[in-house]
Design a binder for this molecule. Structure first.
Ligand code: SF4
Length: 423
């Protein structure tokens, strides 16, 4: 099952509204007459007033870190020189499809948010950055029909885990490799062509557009998340169902699992691969950046992958760490050796080859490695290891003692665990 649903109360502005109201039963892309009819591309507001509205609504970035959007906008506005606004639609986390969905189906909402962000930051040009071919087609169509106020380029990149990191975005737009760069300077100080640059996730920009068109419901627009919900597809089970949903901040994870056929899940992988594995107590966790951080996890891009009894958390951790090690941009020595060591040790545990010291080594690395790479990839691998040890110590020990029955069961369909179709 692949679905789309909303848990927003009746009348609250949502990114999925036109689709759910039946306007796009053909599954197409919103065109400019429909977007204008819904109040889109409204007259530009007083920039400072809109900025204050965004701050008051508490909008946080939707790319992963959850940084306050108004703080980032202010930093770019206050930097010297004419700014650039980048709509970042390159979602690197496996298991997340929300940004591709938005660009494919609601490109005008993103372009409108970009226009508003440009007004706030005094930017005189913009760029849409993406890897998805259908999204690129939708964006180019939308650019051709929108009321043009801001010159906008489209830059396509090859999909990798790190290509959407903000310094990688700037380097690629400037003609270099899509690899994270050293910080400082951060893009708000010196970004595309040396100009102060706002690199904003496309959902963040879409929510800025909603805050502008529905000021009376700005809090609700800022307080909802697009989330991608999935489980591992296996022949003969229903655990592979996935959905894109729009839900209020604070929604309990159990509600999301129940609504998508994952009520029988035993644990969850949060934030794509960024937020770690969570076992006992996960159903009561709320979808909230701060609360999930307190629980040792991270909401990240809002992708949740539910693990069923057929999914061994040790095997999932080993697979995730191997993926991250393979995706390392191999620029930082500590990342190359750190992700390699984590993947090797987790693979050894999963394969029943680990020695008695391996869990201690994994624990030490999970404490010492975060924050030492130029991007978050190493942190993600360390969090996978740390949360596996914290939530599933008996599964780790069990793997060293005897063959794991879950690992002996049916493999994921077509061998790919985290792949989710774009609805
Ligand atoms: S931490 Fe790893 S993935 Fe990130 S920039 Fe350094 S080498 Fe590349």
């Amino acid at each position: 099952m692949t679905g789309v649903f909303s848990l927003l109360p009746e009348g609250r502005p949502g990114l999925l509204d036109p689709l759910l109201s039946g306007a796009w039963l053909s599954g197409g892309s919103e065109d400019v007459p429909r977007y204008l009819a819904a109040g889109g591309y409204a007259a530009l507001p007083a920039p400072d007033r809109l900025l204050e509205r965004i701050a008051a609504a508490g909008l946080r970035g939707r790319g992963g870190a959850g940084f306050p959007a108004a703080v980032k906008l202010r930093a770019v506005r206050d930097a010297p020189g004419r700014a650039v606004v980048v709509a970042n639609g390159e979602e690197g986390e496996p298991g997340s499809v929300k940004d591709r969905w938005l660009l494919r189906h609601r490109p005008h909402l993103v372009l409108d948010g970009m226009r508003l962000a440009a007004a706030i930051t005094r930017a005189d040009r913009g760029c849409v950055y993406l890897s998805d071919a259908p999204a690129e087609r939708a964006v180019r169509r939308a650019l051709a029909e929108r009321p043009a106020e801001l010159p906008v380029d489209v830059v396509r990149v090859r999909h990798t885990y790190v290509a959407g990191e903000e310094t990688a975005v700037v380097r690629r737009i400037d003609g270099g490799p899509a690899l994270p760069g050293a910080k400082p300077p951060r893009p708000f100080e010196s970004g595309v062509g040396g100009a102060p640059t706002l690199v904003a996730n496309v959902e963040t920009l879409a929510r800025i557009a909603l805050v502008h068109t529905r000021p009376e419901a700005a809090d609700a627009a800022a307080g909802a998340h697009l989330v991608t919900l999935s489980g591992t597809a296996r022949a003969g089970t229903a655990a592979g169902s996935s959905a894109l949903a729009e839900v209020p901040v604070g929604t309990r994870l159990k509600v999301l699992a129940d609504l998508t056929g994952h009520g029988g899940a035993e644990s969850v992988l949060l934030g794509g691969l960024f937020g770690g594995l969570h076992g006992r107590g996960w159903p009561d966790l709320p979808l909230d950046h701060d609360r999930l951080r307190e629980a040792g996890g991270a909401l990240g891009c809002g992708a949740l992958h539910f693990l069923h009894p057929e999914d061994c958390p040790v095997a999932v951790a080993a697979e995730a760490a191997a993926y991250l090690a393979a995706q390392s941009a191999r620029q930082c020595g500590v990342c190359v050796s750190g992700t390699g060591a984590l993947a090797g040790a987790l693979g050894a545990v999963a394969g029943g080859r680990a020695d008695a010291d391996t869990p201690d080594r994994l624990h030490r690395w999970s404490q010492r490695l975060p924050g030492r790479g130029a991007c978050g990839l190493l942190d993600a691998a360390a969090r996978i290891a740390g949360t596996l040890l914290a939530h599933f110590p008996e599964r780790v020990d069990g793997h060293r003692a005897a063959a794991c029955p879950a690992c002996a069961g049916p493999a994921p369909e077509d061998g790919r665990r985290f792949t989710v179709p774009v609805p």
